[in-house]
Design a protein around this ligand. Structure first.
Ligand code: ZN
Ligand code: ZN
Length: 345
């Protein structure tokens, strides 16, 4: 089969590799109908995180089941499915609660070089199919499903773990796909005002089109703008969908005393100097989360199906799998024009 391969120098190529095998009796193999490039894939591309040579990359896929193990029930060959970006045991308290990142036995992300293949490929082997896969209702199209494999459930988790409540003010830092999904999630949970900031003007404009209130235009300080708009208090909840030292500084600067900073961005490997003393004095709650995939599916899939959560407008490009090198170049430029790319065929 063909697969997108990332090398240690960040070079991307489409190569022919062996077909994946059924990963045990509880696993499945799917034919990938569409895969997406995620901001976290760029950490390998940009060299923030070490990659091995020949890494089969990608963790966002929807597809059709072509093989199932004998122990799998509820998923059959021919089913249209989406794949949780995180795989885990499926059976411990954390997994049963729908939060595979908290698995007692450890969790693994597809395409991160930790034993699971990459989703940007023609076929994908999926362990513990019963919990890692979800059969898709017709009301969820491929683009919505791709967002549900990671970015939308990450944005939803950010808002839920931030405990966004009706009437509150929220600031979302970083308006890539996760940030945009966090804006809609916060609004769906009843936030009265969602301030949005990204250093790229066009991305702030997109955040405003998604229902946010753009801050930091014309080079203004986004923290000062949020403080001013909230009468000096700060936002009840700050969602950091970037997690650089700079965005974390902004999050702690813009959150109100007693408020919550909810981090879902992927920081690089260097430690961040956490302002503990200020955080303690101001009773700041800090939450750091991976997507609670299956518990979010239970909440978000019905909202999408009922037309109460919009999933359109996040994907900006659709390209064939063979053009993955060009697609990575586009996404890595982080312009206003390219938020997210679907790879098909
Ligand atoms: Zn992702
Ligand atoms: Zn588990």
């Amino acid at each position: 089969m063909r697969a997108v391969i990332m090398n240690s120098d960040g070079k991307v190529a489409v190569e022919t590799v062996p077909d994946p095998q059924l990963p045990g009796p509880d696993g499945a193999v799917i034919k990938v109908d569409a895969a997406a490039i995620c901001g976290s894939d760029l950490h390998f591309y940009d060299g923030d995180m070490p990659s091995v040579d020949g890494l089969s990359i990608g963790h966002e896929a929807v597809g059709t089941v072509v093989e199932v193990g004998p122990a799998v029930t509820g998923i059959t060959v021919g089913d249209r499915v989406m794949v949780s970006c995180i795989a885990a045991c499926g059976n411990c308290p954390g997994c049963r609660a729908g939060d595979p990142a908290t698995c007692d036995h450890g969790s693994t992300i597809f395409g991160f070089g930790a034993g699971l293949g990459g989703a940007q490929a023609e076929l994908l082997a999926v362990p513990v199919a019963q919990s890692t896969l979800m059969k898709l209702p017709d009301s969820i199209d491929d683009e919505a499903a791709l967002l549900l494999t990671d970015n939308l459930v990450t944005g939803w988790t950010a808002a839920r773990r931030g405990e966004v409540s009706p009437g509150q003010s929220v600031l979302v830092l970083g308006l890539g796909a996760v940030g945009l999904c966090a804006v809609r999630s916060a609004l769906a949970l009843g936030a009265a005002r969602v301030f949005v900031y990204d250093p790229v003007a066009g991305r702030r404009a997109r955040g405003a089109a998604f229902g946010g209130i753009a801050v930091g235009d014309d080079g203004a300080d986004p923290v000062a703008a949020v403080l001013e708009a909230t009468g000096g208090r700060g936002a009840d909840v700050v969602i950091d969908a970037v997690a650089t030292d700079r965005s974390l500084d902004s999050a702690f600067g813009a959150v109100r005393t007693g408020g919550t900073v909810s981090v879902v961005g992927v920081h690089d490997l260097n430690p961040y100097p956490l302002p503990i003393l200020i955080g303690v004095y101001r009773s700041i709650t800090l939450r750091m989360s991976m997507a609670a995939v299956q518990s979010s599916w239970r909440e978000v899939v019905p909202l999408i199906a009922a037309g109460k959560l919009d999933t359109t407008g996040v994907f900006t490009h659709r390209m064939p799998l063979d053009q993955a090198p060009e697609a990575y170049e586009l996404v890595a430029a982080r312009t206003a024009d390219c938020t997210k790319v679907v790879l098909t065929g």
